[in-house]
Design a protein around this ligand. Structure first.
Ligand code: UD1
Length: 362
């Protein structure tokens, strides 16, 4: 019987993780069925990534779109169930920690379809983060766990996940960075955005930072203080734009608000920056590889290796702390090293294991 493997993507951070895995499977003559849930639907958050990362057009786009967590997750589950009934996958592969990941995992588990999770075992230990709930549930339900760093293996062991299905493979998001690194052009990014000299880059989209006007105001205050020393370019995700604007983000002449950028444009911009301020998960990893100081505007991280080995520091959301730490880091940038197996080959390792494990799915 033909082996049908469905790979699910849904939102921006999934695309950089799926691209190297899909490519490695294609190279081995085993193309998966690529399903886009439609959780992100704006060209700037979705289509442009498919083009730039050479991801094949999704075989299906379920067009689920936005909603409250319950409404979005429910709509995703209904759409995935229909898709799995129609296509009868032998295995489902999910990426990261977004609502599409959780919804596909629950549906696959209830339909008794073997499930693989790429980027398993990451924990912030903060269940107020929607992504933390998604990670825990997805890992409990998965048969195969592909892990990006050693402490995530330990975490899965602590949670009683059978070791036979846990594979430390490295970081597929870094595969994408390694692959496209030679195309990054910080000077072109600066020209396009009309920036001269040194600059910092910021991103903000976590609900805990941009849904609460008090927290958003404190961060905007912090960014404003940093902008007195170095101009900041902030590529703003649609989520939270209103609250951040109300807190006066655009009023500061040192802060340049731009639309969300494509992968190559954003990584080009980042690669020329002296400092990054962010609440993103992926950017903590990418700055570790680029060797650029990263201040994470959160109180925890599910990616501690970026702090212990990389250039990342947790600074929280207090304006004075953000400003003071930025000052210190600009005066004395930290140095870091490359975490084990973040070598550009994670996608190939994952593809090999998926192919070897096919027998177990029949
Ligand atoms: C989602 C992921 C988050 C990831 C982020 C990357 C979950 C729980 N969260 O957060 O882990 O870091 O993607 O971007 O899955 N919107 C648009 N256009 C789009 C998509 C969304 O304007 O194409 C707006 C909508 O107003 C929507 C809001 O952004 O309500 C939030 O979108 P949603 O997909 O629910 O979560 P993100 O905040 O993007």
């Amino acid at each position: 019987m033909e082996f049908t493997e469905i790979h699910i993507v849904g939102a921006r951070p999934n695309f950089m993780k799926a691209a190297p895995v899909v490519q490695a499977l294609n190279d081995r003559g085993a193309p998966p069925l690529l399903v886009h849930s439609g959780q992100h639907y704006d060209r700037a958050l979705s289509e442009v990534f498919f083009e730039q990362l050479h991801l094949p057009e999704p075989d299906l786009n379920l067009g689920v779109g936005s909603g409250t967590h319950a409404a979005q997750t429910a709509a995703l589950m209904v759409a995935f169930e229909k898709t799995f009934v129609e296509h009868g996958p032998s295995r489902v592969v999910v990426y990261g920690d977004i609502n599409s990941t959780l919804a596909a995992a629950v549906v696959a588990a209830k339909m008794d379809i073997p499930l693989a999770h790429v980027e398993a075992g990451l924990r912030s230990f903060d269940r107020t983060m929607p992504e933390e709930v998604n990670r825990i549930v997805t890992d409990v339900l998965s048969d195969l766990h592909f892990v990006t760093s050693p402490e995530a293996v330990d975490q899965l062991t602590k949670e009683g996940i059978p070791g036979a299905g846990v594979h430390f493979v490295g970081n597929p998001m870094i595969d994408t960075l390694v692959r496209f690194h030679s195309l990054l052009d910080p000077d072109a990014a600066k020209r396009t955005l009309d920036i001269a000299g040194d600059y910092a880059v910021a991103t903000l989209h976590r609900p805990s930072n941009v849904d609460d006007p008090g927290v958003a105001a404190s961060i905007v205050d912090g960014l404003g203080r940093v902008a007195k020393s170095i101009p900041i370019v902030i590529a703003l995700h649609p989520r939270g734009r209103e609250v951040l604007e109300q807190a006066g983000l655009s009023e500061n002449p040192g802060i340049h608000v731009v639309e969300p950028l494509g992968y190559l444009e954003f990584m080009s911009l980042m690669s020329g920056a002296r400092l990054i301020l962010t609440d993103s998960g992926g950017i903590q990893e990418e700055t570790t590889i680029l060797g650029i100081p990263c201040l994470t505007l959160r109180h925890n991280t599910e990616r501690p290796i970026t702090v212990t080995m990389g250039t990342n520091q947790l600074v929280g959301t207090d304006a004075a702390v953000i400003a003071e730490t930025a000052e210190n880091v600009l005066a004395q940038p930290p140095t870091g090293s490359t975490p084990p197996l973040w070598d550009g080959k994670a996608g190939q390792r994952i593809a090999e294991i998926l192919l070897e494990d096919r027998e177990a799915c029949s």
